[in-house]
Design a protein around this ligand. Structure first.
Ligand code: ZN
Length: 397
């Protein structure tokens, strides 16, 4: 059975990320629904494609006919690719949505010394959110000589080892000539996903929101607010009743919004029922003006079977990025320190009110966060007026 996975492609444009993604998704002959053809795209991911598995030789291809033995292949993974840093919100989701992303392709160019500071930061983020499925694509091997290509390979290898990632494969690729892209696809095909570990309660994280109506549209034919994002757990079907947190701010307090799912769209087409691993656009019955300009981005959408906590204070079991704490922050997290907190797709400022061993309590000022116990909070601390990724914690209260 085909499964859905979300892959984060990490690297800068200078690393040849765009060309690599074009090569990975080639011959994607997916027919979009009428809705998308009319230009009402949901603009969620970066790219998408299907990985097929060959019935004869067991290898993975980007086409229905095996690229290696011509054998008949069947869909194995429907892959949504999101990019980091790229869209700022997507970086947030990468940091916070531990269980939204299933794997990562780390793009490292051979023509630059490794690691670049940004690459180090990205790897730390991937480690913090606990991504186990990882592969490195070594790009630009075609623009450097063989000697530099080999040297770059050793640099990447020791960079991974220093970070405790001894088994992450490094695949040198030449995107334009489609050399070794097939090898990269083999590793993606072998990514192990552990969705069974998740709960059953419906929980979707919205990273975008939009109004898909044309200006001056007939009010009777208006489409409701659309929320774009991915499910963290559970399933969602057309017709389901859901609640959107935090909702709207009325008379000094937040009022969550109750609505129904009118339709679900992915980059692969119309969907009747979806689970985690897929970037989706969910059309609700809510007033479309609520969703304009990403107004509902950061929302948590839950089914009627679950009720998140909704408070302006969290307590976490905190783990710092130790090396960084020594080198950059000079001292552990302190009482009264200002911190930036990421939970799911929300990002809010807070003040540390107590530190007791690994137990840290943070007051979120006037912001209320919807969350479940066990969710992960990512903490950034300030160094020279810049927010720097400092650690993460599991929310216990
Ligand atoms: Zn085959």
């Amino acid at each position: 059975m085909v499964e859905d996975i979300i892959i984060d492609i990490v690297g800068s444009f200078a690393d040849g990320k765009t060309t690599l993604v074009k090569a990975m998704t080639r011959e994607t002959t997916l027919r979009h629904s009428e809705e998308i053809k009319r230009g009402i795209t949901i603009r969620l991911g970066y790219a998408h494609f299907i990985v097929y598995r060959c019935g004869s030789c067991g290898r993975y291809s980007r086409t229905e006919k095996c690229e290696y033995c011509n054998g008949a292949s069947s869909p194995h993974y429907r892959v949504s690719i999101i990019d980091s840093p790229g869209h700022k919100t997507l970086m947030t989701i990468m940091l916070s949505g531990a269980s939204l992303v299933d794997g990562a392709v780390l793009v490292i160019a051979a023509n630059q010394p490794c690691p670049q500071p940004q690459t180090q930061e990205h790897l730390e983020a991937l480690k913090i959110i606990g991504i186990k499925n990882m592969v490195v694509a070594q790009t630009k091997v075609d623009v450097v000589g063989e000697q530099r290509a080999r040297q770059s390979y050793s640099e990447i290898k020791s960079f991974l080892s220093q970070n405790g990632l001894h088994d992450v494969p490094i695949i040198p690729v030449f995107s334009i000539q489609d050399i070794n892209i097939g090898e990269l696809i083999q590793w993606i095909g072998r990514f192990k996903i552990e969705k069974a570990d998740r709960g059953n309660q419906t929980e979707m994280v919205a990273i975008r929101s939009f109004d898909i109506n044309k200006p001056g549209a007939d009010i009777k034919k208006m489409n409701g607010a659309v929320l774009g994002g991915a499910l963290k757990q559970g399933t969602m079907s057309k017709g389901d009743s859901v609640t959107v947190y935090p909702g709207v701010f009325i008379k000094n307090s937040w009022k969550p919004l109750n609505t129904k799912i009118a339709s679900i769209q992915s980059e692969f087409g119309e969907e009747s029922r979806v689970g985690p691993g897929l970037m989706v656009g969910v059309r609700t019955m809510l007033d479309p003006s609520l969703s304009r300009r990403d107004n509902l981005a950061g929302s948590l959408v839950v089914g009627t079977d679950s009720k998140p906590l909704f408070k302006n204070k969290i307590s976490i079991e905190y783990s710092a990025l130790e090396e960084k704490e020594k080198q950059k922050f000079k001292r552990p997290i302190q009482r009264n320190e200002s911190v930036l907190v990421n939970v799911l797709a929300s990002k809010v400022l807070g003040t540390v009110t107590s530190v007791n061993g690994r137990k840290v309590t943070i007051f979120l000022n006037n912001s209320f966060l919807p969350y479940f116990l066990g969710d992960k909070a990512i903490i950034s601390r300030k160094v020279d007026n810049i927010w720097v990724l400092a650690g993460a914690g599991t929310i216990y209260d």
